[in-house]
Design a protein around this ligand. Sequence first.
Ligand code: 5GP
Ligand code: MN
Length: 340
Amino acid sequence: MKDLSELKSLLAAPKRVAIVMHFKPDADALGSSLGLAGFLKKKGHQVEVVSPSDFPEFLSWMKGSENVTALSKKSNEPFAKASKIFAEADIIFCLDFSSLGRIKELGEEVKKSGAVKVMVDHHLEPEDFADFRKWDVTAASTAQLVFEFIEEIGEKNLIDSSIADCLYAGLMTDTGSFRHNNTTAREFRVAQEVVALGANPSEVARLVYDTNSLSRLRLIGFALSQRLTVLPEFCVAYIALSQEDLKKLDAQTGDTEGLVNYGLSIKGVQMAVLMYDRGEEIKISFRSLGAFSVNDFARKHFEGGGHSNAAGGSSKQNLKQTLEKFLSLLPEYKERLINN
Ligand code: 5GP
Ligand code: MN
């Protein structure tokens, strides 16, 4: 592992930089990527941002989002473009993920590129693929790591209001609007800094949280009234949405974001789960309170991971089988859940 100061020297002259974020990026993945991209462009680098999938419409206000090369199921063209970007890059920044599986088929393209690889991330148990690492699990967001990196290299003055808004969005959402237990003085300090540099907290919050479509609200209503189950004996709540449910309610990318938190808001619930059928796989979100680690649970049983209290995973079985598997695991965890 190289020292980050070497990266600073590397960035002293114009480079071709690629930035890639995880599949189905959230506000932290996209915000940290576009924030870093904005900064590096101002420094005179040639920057391309790549997403392994589409991203939610409620993030399309972020400056630079219109130029993201986002892979699509409909066309092979963005994949070909992304492969070229990685092959030609001098430096590849990997943001908000630390295992190449999280960028799906792009993992191979990144691996085979001769570019210098930089990981900026806050997820548990990282893989060893990067030359440089700005990796810190105690950070609530990747966006703040990007800010701290810019600050460390002494170029905070290049952060303008568009960059600051992107970074603020990552910080705001990954702390659950400064409510989760990852919210510390450090997060508030970075928030204070980016707001001083031009981020607009109320506008970012409005754009991210209060631009729902009616169909998204109906989806939430449906999920809560028809698909939420509480198992008090295990202190667990779960929501399972079929492809039919999603189709019927016209669900779009990002519409399920935050849905899992409703389960965890129920008094007495220690672990909440959302599973939904994406067609090619079942996507699962896990949330927990206190010492119960959903990172361990997701990693062990559902090929996933993340953070101790917020993790994700997937299953190649169908929804019914995935739910049955999940339910069959609960007795093993009962003691830990009810004594949590
Ligand atoms: P979410 O449930 O909101 O999709 O994700 C919760 C946290 O777990 C996020 O930090 C996210 O990056 C991470 N995560 C989500 N899905 C996966 C996955 O399939 N594998 C791993 N390793 N982490 C995931
Ligand atoms: Mn994050």
